[in-house]
Design a protein around this ligand. Structure first.
Ligand code: HEM
Length: 212
């Protein structure tokens, strides 16, 4: 590798480390020794779905993914004169509902990401996933607020809105693909809620367990 490529690579890595540092080292949701840190740790476990015995993030993310994709399809249909004003409205409400669920999807995703050890490839993947989803959320929020005044009478969604929906959907799909890679290529959050159970069973059976 030449010097310039090595410099660019280390520059990029420094940028990612800074973002990771910002989230992690502020001790946001991370838990630790003090009372506040203990409460933050409890909050992280709550967001990870310990109380529900099921991870919350993968449950929630299907809603914005489905609702925003549907909104894009509805927008396309109205462009071709199908559906009229009821479909224009349905698209608007689908975007709004998707935004509401995203308010829960983001903190639950952050709580899961905090458990990925520094240096693991899935950690950087998580940062790209976060950045793309945050951008998608801003695009869909802009799309939603721009539509506010023109709900009652319009039967066709003006073209710029449809382009915004297309952009939001593409960002969402790429981000979702990276989220899927975290789960299926790196096993992030897989078996998290059953790990302790199997560890206990192995312990009771006298197995020689690796350290946590
Ligand atoms: C609009 C918001 C978001 C959407 C739609 C979304 C979507 C997804 C999807 C589709 C997956 C794959 C789930 C599976 O196949 O089981 C995933 C996994 C994941 N996402 Fe997100 N995500 C969002 C926000 C975030 C944020 C802000 C973070 C913080 C870094 C994050 C961190 C993760 C992590 C760590 C995983 C791995 C599996 C898990 O822990 O659930 N996500 N996400």
């Amino acid at each position: 590798m030449d010097k310039w490529s090595a410099f660019r690579l280390s520059y990029k890595q420094r940028g990612r480390n800074k973002l990771a540092h910002l989230i992690q080292e502020k001790n946001f949701l991370a838990g630790g020794g003090s009372k506040i840190q203990k409460e933050e740790g409890e909050m992280k476990e709550f967001l990870q779905g310990k109380w529900f015995k099921h991870p919350l993030h993968p449950m929630l993310v299907h809603l914005p993914t489905a609702l925003w994709t549907a909104a894009f399809v509805f927008d396309l249909l109205t462009q071709f004169g199908i559906g009229g004003n009821p479909l224009v409205r349905t698209s608007f409400y689908a975007i709004g509902l998707g935004l509401l669920v995203t308010l829960l999807a983001i903190p639950t995703g952050l709580a899961d990401w905090l458990d990925i050890k520094p240096g693991k490839p899935a950690r950087n993947l998580g940062l790209y996933h976060l950045a793309l989803n945050a951008t998608a959320t801003v695009v869909w929020a802009t799309n939603f607020f721009l539509r506010l005044g023109a709900l009652e009478d319009s039967a066709v969604r003006p073209t710029p809105f449809v382009w915004l929906s297309a952009l939001g959907t593409i960002l969402l799909f790429v981000a979702g693909y990276l989220g899927g890679r975290m789960v299926y290529a790196y096993g992030i959050s897989v078996a998290r809620h059953s790990k302790e159970k199997w560890r206990r069973i192995a312990q009771e059976g006298g197995a020689n367990l690796p350290p946590r």
